[in-house]
Design a protein around this ligand. Sequence first.
Ligand code: HEC
Ligand code: HEC
Length: 328
Amino acid sequence: MQKFLKRAGIVLGVLVGLMLLSLAVIYSRTQARLTRVYELPEGTVPIPVDSASVERGKHIFQFRGCEACHSEGGFIDLPEAGRAPDSHLNLPSQDIPHMEGNIYLDDPAVGLVVASNLTSGRGGVAGDYTDQGWVHAIRHGIRADGTPLLFMPSTEFYFLSDEDLGAVIAYIKSAPPVDHELPVSTVSWTGRVVMTLVPAITFIPAELIPHMAARPVAPQAGITPEYGEYLTYSCKVCHGPTMSGGPIPGFPSSWPPALNLTFGAGSSLPSWSEADFMSTIRTGVTPDGRELRLRYMPWTSYRFMSDDELKAVWVYLQSLPSLEYGKR
Ligand code: HEC
Ligand code: HEC
């Protein structure tokens, strides 16, 4: 009996030791990723100051989803049934810039992720940023101290043209200071384990960006498939690289699958007109009366696209190979 207990004790000791060792390895590996200082291209983009460009910057800030993440109540949790009329018009006034920061994610399984207050008010980051710093943050996902930002989707914004990026930065710089202090983003212990074992969840977008490669060429604005594609990088996160929908990799299993946006089997789009598509994105309600759940499909950002922008997206969707639902 004593011998057995001794052996069991040894086995237990070895197991506990191995566990502590793997936790130490996970901690030091994730710490190295979180504190890595990246090599980035020098320089900035032209930052306009005229009011038309600042207005254009605001437009981009809204339809590209910056405002939804970086403003309080940007994504409101609408009750899934019984949406009150106009309850989706959550942005209090379209004339005031909303970038005061917001808790983006507060989940013990991942950590606390804060979409920063971008203004120069108390708790805001503007004071830390030079023009080059703004470019590095938005296009490369790197904060002012050179370390990577968490969950900030720079993998999409990497493709922004110099002109669009310059306009967005001009808009951010024009915003009045807003005092709004927020906690610092942190990854929890389980978050570190997930970060190590589940590569489908992108904790650090900067790891996926070819920082020093030649810049991709942005298409000319127009109602063309190329420009439509330029406007839809964010859609692919959920609707998939081929836009055919299906369950979203790395997202909680409670999420509904994204729908097919090609014209293949299982898609509603073949029965829609351009006007139907535009009104779906603008109102969150499909031609057959289905309400898109804002929590999963952020149409309140996309509704800010201009008519021509939505038409370009529609032309792009029509140009895609017709795939069956879920051929991501
Ligand atoms: C999906 C949500 C999301 C969207 C969309 C988003 N951001 Fe962010 N952003 C974040 C989060 C989260 C952080 C902070 C991450 C951290 O603290 O590590 C951040 C950080 C930043 C920072 C660096 C701030 C700092 O703390 O140093 C800038 C600048 C920024 N975002 C600008 C933008 C702009 C401009 C856009 C639109 C073109 C945008 N963001 C869209 C979530 C988002
Ligand atoms: C965060 C994930 C996510 C992003 C980003 C996203 N979608 Fe969606 N989309 C969904 C989900 C999930 C649904 C289904 C929603 C529901 O059933 O309530 C959906 C539904 C739709 C529908 C309705 C399709 C139908 O057959 O009824 C359209 C149209 C659509 N999305 C277009 C877009 C476009 C265009 C973009 C980018 C500009 C985009 N989505 C970005 C998740 C997303």
